[in-house]
Design a binder for this molecule. Sequence first.
Ligand code: ANZ
Ligand code: ZN
Length: 946
Amino acid sequence: MKKYNHKTIEKKWQKVWESKNAYRASDESNLKNFYGLIEFPFPSGTGLHTGHIRSNTAMDIICRKRRMEGFNVLYPIGWDAFGLPTENYAIKTGIQPSVATKKNTDNFRKQLKSLGYSFDWDREINTTDPKYYKWTQWIFIQMFKAGLAYKARMAINWCPKDKIGLANEEVIDGKCERCGTIVEKKEKEQWMLAITKYADRLYEDLDLVDYLPQIKTQQRNWIGRSEGTEFEFNIKGSELKIDVFTTRADTIFGVTYVVISPESKLLNNLLSKIENKGEVESYIEDAKKKTEIERTEAKKEKTGVELKGIKAINPGNMEEVGVWVADYVLSDYGTGAVMAVPAHDNRDYAFAKKYNISIKEVIEPLVTKETGPDAFRKDMPISERRAMVAVIKHWEEDKYLGVEWKKTGWRGFIIGGIEEGEDAKVSGLREITEESGYKNPEYISSLGGIVHAQFYQMVKEQNRFAHFEPVLFKLKNDEMGKVDEKENELHKFLWLKPEEFKSFITHPDMQIIWDRVEGNYCFEREGILVNSGKFNGLNSKEARENITKDFGKKVVKYKLRDWVFSRQRYWGEPIPIINCSKCGLIPVSDDNLPVELPKVKHYEPTDTGESPLATITKWVNAKCPNCGENAKRETDTMPNWAGSSWYYLRYVDPKNNKEFADKEKIKNWIPVDWYNGGMEHTTLHLLYSRFWHKFLYDLKLVPTSEPYKKRTSHGFVLAKGGEKMSKSKDNVVNPDELIGLYGADSLRLYEMFIGPFDQAVSWSSDNIIGCRRFVERLWNLQEKLDSEPLEDKESEILLNQTIKKVSEDIEAMSFNTAISALMIFVNKLEKDTKIPTRVYKILLLLAAPFVPHITEEIWHALGNKESVHKESWPVFDAEKLVKDIINIAIQVNGKVRGEITIRSGQSSEEIINQAKQDESIKKWIENKTIVKEIYIPERLINIVLS
Ligand code: ANZ
Ligand code: ZN
C-alpha cells in the first residue's frame, strides 16, 4: 500500500471536482432543494483566516451530508468587497480599490479551493461588480419610490483633524481610529432608510423562524420594543404641552418634575418665557458635544437646568411641577421628554437628590416569593399580618444585629407582629427584649413606608401576606436579660458590619429594608400603590391599566432608529439619485443603471467632508431624468451593509441582467434553509437583510416574509492564549502553510475538533498533528481489509452507534463530538485483525463530509467509479444499537419497590422515565414531589421524595 500523501491526493481531487462541476446546484432538479449559506467574506489583503475556515467547513459538512441524503444542494460563495480597509489601502498606496479587490479575491478563491469546499463556483458574486450593484441600486430606488429612503440632517462622527466623517466602527473610545483626535458630532444631510417602519414586523416575525434563542434575544433587544403610556403635561398659562412616554404609568402620582431633552423643539417656543434663558442656552450648547453613551451612562453624574418660570401640570392629580432640561433624556427615544419619578427611578432619584427636588413615594414594594419551599401558595388561604422589622444598631461599634433561623436558614432581622392597639415602635421594643434578651433598646426612627411580602411561613405552616414596617433602633448598652429556652433554640444572633449585612440577608424583602438603612430609598420594581388617590391599594399592573385609561394613551415604542444609509466615501455603491433644482431628487432611470463608480486619482474625502466623487465634475454633472435640464448627481455612496442585505437572493440567479433574480428560481430556493455566521452579525446584518427582504416581499418580488429559515452561530477562533487574531499582534495563522504541512483534510478536521462549535476557542497549530495522525490511521486501516462479514457483535453495535451519533451530532453542529465518535470507532477497528470492507466503507461515508479528499481517494482505490460524495448517507439499524438486556432495581426513598428491564446504551433520562411509568412504582410517587432522581448506570435508580 502507498503511503498517505496529502499533497497529491488533495490536488488531484480538487481538479476532478472542478472539471466535473461536481457541486453545481441544479435549477432543474427533481430532488428536494437545500440552500446552505455562510456569510460571504470580505476579501482582505491578509487572506483567509482560521475563523473563515471554521464557519465554511461547518456548512460544507452539512451540505455534503445533505447531498448524500438526496438533496439538490446550493452552497454558494462570493465577495462582500466594498469597505473601508480597501479604501484606506488605496489612500495609502494609490492602488485602485478595484485592482486591490481583484488581487484579493483571486487569492481568497485559490485558498478556498485548496480547502476542498463544495461551493458552486459558477455562482460566485462580487458586491463591487457593477452587474451586481446595479441591483443594489435598483432596490434602493424602489425604496426611495416607496418613501422608505429619505434625506435628513443627522449628526455624524466627524474628525476635525482629518476632516472626514467616520463610520461608527472607526471611532474607538470616542477617538478617531487613525489619528486619535477626539471625534465631534457634525450635522450633515444624510440618506436614511426607514427601517423603523418595519420594527413591529421585524420583532413579531421572529416567532416564525428557527434561530438560536440567543440570536432572537439579540434581535429583540436591538429592536427594543417597549409598551407604555403617553401623557400630556400642559404648560401652565400656555397652549403648549409636553408629551411624555413612560412604561410606569402607575407612578404618575409620584411625578415631582418633568424633563425635556436639550434638542427638544419645544424649547424654542418656551424660550421667551424662561427667566434664566442664558443659563439654559449654554447648557444646550454643552450637551451637543456629548455622545449618547456619555449622556446616558448610569454611573455618570446627571446634569440639568431648571426652566425658571415654567410649570407643567400633572394630568393625574393636577399638581404643578417644575420643568427641567437635562441631557440624560434623549431626543430620539419615546417623545424626547420624561415625567420624573425620583422615588421609583434611579436616574431621577440621583438627579432629585443633587438638585434638591422633592421625592414622593407612590409604590410600596411587594415581594412575592415564587420559588423554593417557602414559595407563596396561590391556592391556599392567606393570613394577613402587620409586622415590625427591627434594624438594631450596636451600642458602640458600627455593627447591626443579624438573625438566623436555624430550621429554615432564613437570615435577616428581628421581626414581630404588631398587635391590636400597638405601633411598630412599641412592638419593636417588646420583641427585641423577648427574642434577643437585650434589655435597653432605644427607638431612633422609622425607615420609611411599608414593605409587603407574600410567602409561605414554614415554621408556622401558614400562607402569609405580611406588611412590614421597618424601624431603626439602637441599643444603649450590652445589658442582657433572660431569654426563653424555646426562643434560643429557634435562632441565633450575630453582630455584622454594614458591608457584611448585604450578603447575610437571604430574602429580597429584607434587602429592600437594608437599602434604606444605607440611605437608598429608591424602589424601581412593582408593588402596591399609595399616595395615589383612588388608585391606592391597586397593584402596579392594575394601576397602569386604569391610570392609562383615565389620563393617558397606550403606545408602543421602539429603540430601533432609522438607518443612516450614506457615507461620504469613495469605495461604495453610488446612490443613484439626481438632484435637479427644478424637480428635486429624482432617481436614475432603470436603463441608466448601474451608476458606475468613476475612476479617480485621489481617494481621500474632501476638506468639506464630501465624498471624493464630488470633485469629479464630469461625473457629477448629469441631466435630470425628469425634465432633461442640467442637474447634479448624488455623490454619497452606500454603507458597507448595502450589498450584503440581499446577496443571498442573487446567488439563486447570479447572471441575470433583466431582474435581480428570476422569480421562479427565487421560489425554488428561498427561504435559505440554514444560515450560519458570526455572532457579531446577528444584530445589524441580520436585521438589515430581514428588512430588505420584507420590503421586497411587500413588492411581491419574493415569496416569503423571512429570508432565512434557520440561523446558527459559531464561536470566534482566537489566537493562542485567547487573544483576538490581528495583524498588528502578529498572531494570525496562515492556513496555506498548514495545508502544505498537514493537508486540507487535517486542517478541516482540526477546525471542527478544536472545541464546541458555538464557543470561542484558542488556536494551537501544535495540536493539528493529532488530527493528522487520525487521518493517517484512517488510511492505514486499508491494510486489514477483508471480505469476511462482521461477526463480532460488539463491533456491529459500535458501528450502528457511530452512524447514529455522527448523523445527529452534525445536525446539532456538535462537530467535535461527531469526530470523537469516529475516532473511537477507528480505535476499535485498529484492534481487530481483519476489517470487513462493508464496515470500512461505512466509516468512509461518515468521514467524507469532514475529510473529503482522503475518503474520495480510498473510495476509488476500493474500486468504486463514482464519487464517495454522491453515495447515500448511511442509516443505522435501531435493533443493533444496544448490547444486551439488563434488569435494574428501582428504589423510592432508598427502599426497593420494583425492577425494570432496560437495554444498555439507553440514556439515563429514558431509563428514569421508564421507571416512573412502571406500574409498581407509580403508586409510590403519585401526587408526591420528587426532589431528586439518582441513576447508577446499569445498577439502580433511586427516586427521592420530599
Ligand atoms: C416615568 C418612570 C417612573 C419611568 C419610574 C421609569 C420608572 P424603556 O423600558 O427602555 O422603554 N424614558 C422615556 N423616554 C426617554 C428618553 N427619551 N430618554 C431617556 N429616558 C426616557 O424605558 C422607558 C422609561 O425610560 C420611561 O418610563 C421613562 O422613565 C424613560 F418609576 O417614566 B419612565
Ligand atoms: Zn428636473
